[in-house]
Design a protein around this ligand. Structure first.
Ligand SMILES: Nc1ncnc2c1ncn2[C@@H]1O[C@H](COP(=O)(O)OP(=O)(O)O)[C@@H](O)[C@H]1O
Ligand SMILES: N[C@@H](CCC(=O)OP(=O)(O)O)C(=O)O
Length: 381
């Protein structure tokens, strides 16, 4: 039998996995474990991105509310993550499967070498037949340097492991024309080809436990589809229907088909995992050359420099009003860019040593962060 999907990333949110007042729902956890076991029997590999550490910690510590301060959230997550993984390991064990805990922080993927390292470890885990269970390393993540929510993390992970499909399990059937909790006339949108066009219908989290709501799910869809990976938003109550994926069928929910233009592995890292060291400010001509003509960035279109970096480090490219146009690996250090900004290529080369190229950021090392119609700008963490 030829499978449409060989490797999927499944993300489950706190609102699906936990009781409303905190603590893990054994039933929900058993449901996802048995769905993954069934898929595995049918030849589909799964990587699980599971939220729920904070909510599990709340249950264990008998807290009435989610901690508001960062140290409180981190401490409760440290308690809850242990509880969560223990329950997963036991449930996978009952299915004859071995699971592995993988905690990632933003910094773990920020450098290309660390990104590859995480990639190799996950690949090896899958080859060993283990089920990776990923969560953000909440206990050490600092607010300014975090994934922000597991929807985004799951999309980055889907790119990291070269998944065929990302399934985001939540507590509603999918994306509706309005928040179904507050608008009874809201209709389910079964397929979304243009994410920017539906951005206005997405609202925030639906429960005290969820983070990000549909807004963060749409951001995840944007990342995943740009990677060439479709995303399915599915009600966790329909988890038993996941088995149909192995037959190449799609359960009822909202599907975001992959974009035709698929970002390569390096460009995935540049856009959504790497951390930039500074910004290059460009004029309108350079902005058009990058966005409309797919050109490399030359010194002549550069008007300013912010931050400090060395050659081959990651930078943001922004226009005169601070809008991020793209991200890329700079061929020159910040000091060199400062010296050559506004110059034509021959004048630039005359004052540089050890560089004979024309480009300041080559298009092969550049990912655009604005869509073609310029309606949508990415926000990197
Ligand atoms: N247009 C919309 N369609 C569907 N759900 C929406 C929409 N806008 C806001 N939501 C809310 O998003 C919630 C799911 O996100 P969230 O609470 O963060 O859950 P999770 O824990 O699964 O990540 C839903 O319960 C719903 O209330
Ligand atoms: N890392 C956190 C969850 C963060 C998060 O994105 O939560 P959710 O919106 O429920 O997927 C935790 O384990 O509690």
């Amino acid at each position: 039998m030829s499978l449409a999907w060989h490797r999927i990333v499944l993300k489950i949110g706190s609102s699906s996995l936990n009781h409303p007042r905190g603590g893990i729902s054994e039933e929900a956890l058993a449901g996802i474990v048995s769905a993954i076991a069934g898929l595995k029997r049918d030849g589909v590999e799964s990587v699980l991105v599971s939220s729920g550490a904070v909510a599990a910690g709340m249950g264990k510590l008998r807290l009435k509310g989610r901690p508001r301060d960062i140290a409180g959230k981190q401490a409760v997550a440290a308690v809850g993550q242990g509880v969560l993984i223990e329950k997963y390991a036991a449930a996978f064990g009952r299915q004859g499967l071995t699971s592995a805990q993988v905690l990632l922080s933003r910094m773990d993927l920020a450098e290309a070498s660390r990104y590859r390292n995480a990639q190799n470890t996950l690949e090896r885990l899958l080859r060993l037949g283990a089920i990776p269970i990923i969560n953000e390393n909440d206990t050490v993540a600092v607010e300014e340097l975090c994934f922000g929510d597991n929807d985004r993390l799951s999309a980055v992970v889907a790119g990291l492991v070269h998944a065929d499909l990302l399934v985001v399990l939540t507590d509603v059937d999918g994306l509706y024309s309005a928040n179904p909790r507050t608008d009874p006339s809201a209709r389910l949108i079964e397929e979304v080809r243009d994410i920017a066009a539906v951005a206005g219908v997405a609202g925030g989290a639906g429960s005290r436990l969820g983070t990000g709501g549909m807004v963060s799910k749409l951001k995840a869809a944007r990342i995943s589809t740009r990677f060439g990976i479709g995303m399915l938003l599915l009600n966790s109550a329909r988890i038993s229907e996941l088995g149909s994926l192995a037959r190449g069928e799609r359960p009822y929910g909202t599907y975001f088909p992959p974009s035709g233009h698929r970002l390569s592995g390096r460009k995935r890292w540049i856009a959504y995992a790497g951390l930039s060291e500074g910004s290059i400010i460009v004029d309108e001509g350079a902005e058009r050359a990058l966005l409309d003509d797919g050109k490399s960035l030359l010194a002549s279109g550069i008007t300013g420099v912010e931050g400090e970096w060395e050659r081959k480090e990651l930078v943001r490219i922004v226009n005169g009003v601070g809008r991020e146009i793209g991200r890329g690996l700079a061929e020159l250090s910040s000091l060199e860019v400062q010296k050559v900004r506004g110059l034509h290529s021959e004048d630039m080369l005359a004052i540089l040593s050890g560089y004979s190229g024309e480009e300041v950021v080559h298009r092969d090392n550049l990912t655009l962060m604005v869509d073609r119609e310029r309606r949508h700008t990415e926000t990197g963490c």
